[in-house]
Design a protein around this ligand. Structure first.
Ligand code: FAQ
Length: 335
């Protein structure tokens, strides 16, 4: 099977360890490395569940970056100035880059890019719920930078310490870029808030529409999060969905005050005893409906991705033909 790292043994080819004692030795060595907070690398033995959990999470993450290009990409041709257009093009390109680092990280686990894309295009693989909502005004672009990238950073900084080396290393660069994205979104909104009443109303409206969806982005609470316990035991996830959500709320409330927008939650208030903000109920029914493929833009997003992939077939064919001709020419010259 093709992977980024050609020396990785294919799980199927490698077969099970020869004896039960060899198998338990490998499992013990894996657990000991996890307990010591060490890194697992592609060549290391790992339990099938660990591999599957990583492929599931990393490929979903990669798909999110790629599908995540679409809501903001819609505004490239309508950006209000050349400067904003240039910034938005660069940001959307960065998201494509993140997708590519992540697909490469998942490939080191023995799953090909084609397999992952087939999962996305057939609707089997998930991507983040947040990208199934429309971007109705220019303020949505700023709010995506501020809140969606803000939530993404909160979730992704701990992934820089993930136990799987290639994922952790990919996340370092991703987080640096996401942090810049968050600031550009916030800055674009600050400019709008100093503009007309209509512009301020656009920012408030976009905040109202995106706030709750961003809280849901962190995933379900512990009781409905089947993957969390093992992912945390293995050092894939370091912080629970709920704890990250709370950190995001605590960090965002002061930013909203500086911006001059109201977060749309009457229950949002500082709790002196907890030293955190309390917040209202998330609509989990709406979240699961969206995750199941029935949100406002799921079908449109998937159709756009499938079309882009099929429109790009000639580019992949041309690259493969060039690689074949180059290889043949090199061999001919060598003999
Ligand atoms: N959307 O047991 P858990 C970005 C699913 S990147 C859809 O808690 P887990 C950059 C979950 O997959 C945003 N599905 O699962 C950007 C599972 O379903 P499954 C993406 C969700 O994996 C910014 C089921 O629910 N970030 O924004 C969601 O332990 C701007 C049970 O959940 C990442 O992927 C959701 N929000 O925790 C780009 C970060 N939440 O697989 C463009 C890495 C949960 O059994 C513009 N991923 N589900 O069918 C993670 O940290 C984790 O995978 C979680 C979910 C926290 C997302």
């Amino acid at each position: 099977m093709y992977t980024q790292s050609m020396d990785i043994p294919d799980a199927a080819e490698k077969g099970p360890p020869e004896s039960a004692s060899a198998a338990s030795e490998l499992a013990n060595a894996f657990e000991a490395r996890i307990d010591a907070d060490g890194r697992i690398e592609p060549q290391d033995w790992m339990p099938d569940n660990y591999r599957q959990t990583l492929v599931r999470q990393i490929s979903q993450h990669a798909h999110s970056e790629i599908v995540g290009m679409l809501p903001e990409g819609n505004w490239i041709s309508r950006a209000p100035s050349l400067k904003r257009k240039a910034i938005l093009i660069a940001k959307v390109q960065d998201e494509a880059g993140h997708g590519l680092y992540l697909y490469s990280a998942a490939e080191t686990l023995g799953t090909s890019r084609e397999q992952m894309l087939e999962g996305l295009h057939s609707g089997r693989a998930k991507y983040s719920s947040i990208f199934n909502y429309p971007t109705l005004t220019w303020a949505d672009v700023g709010v995506i930078g501020w809140l969606v990238d803000g939530a993404a950073i909160m979730n992704q900084v701990p992934l820089c310490r993930c136990s799987y080396g290639p994922y952790a290393r990919a996340m370092v660069r991703v987080c640096k870029e996401e942090s810049f994205h968050q600031r550009q979104g916030y800055e674009a909104l600050l400019v709008m808030m100093k503009g007309t009443d209509e512009q301020r109303a656009m920012v408030q409206d976009a905040t109202n529409r995106y706030w709750w969806k961003c809280l849901a982005m962190f995933g379900p609470p512990a009781a409905d999060s089947p993957h969390s316990a093992l992912a945390m035991r293995w050092g894939i996830k370091r912080i629970s969905n709920d704890e990250l959500r709370q950190k995001f709320v605590d960090a965002t409330v002061p930013q909203a005050k500086v911006l001059g927008v109201t977060l749309p939650d009457p229950d949002l208030k500082w709790n002196e005893a907890r030293q955190h903000y309390d917040y209202g109920e998330i609509d989990w029914q709406e979240f699961w409906t969206t995750v199941a493929g029935n949100g406002p833009c799921n079908k449109e997003r998937l159709a756009t991705r499938v079309k882009a992939h099929s429109d790009g077939q000639w580019v992949r064919d041309a690259a493969m033909a060039y690689a074949r001709k180059y290889r043949e020419r090199t061999i001919t010259e060598a003999v």
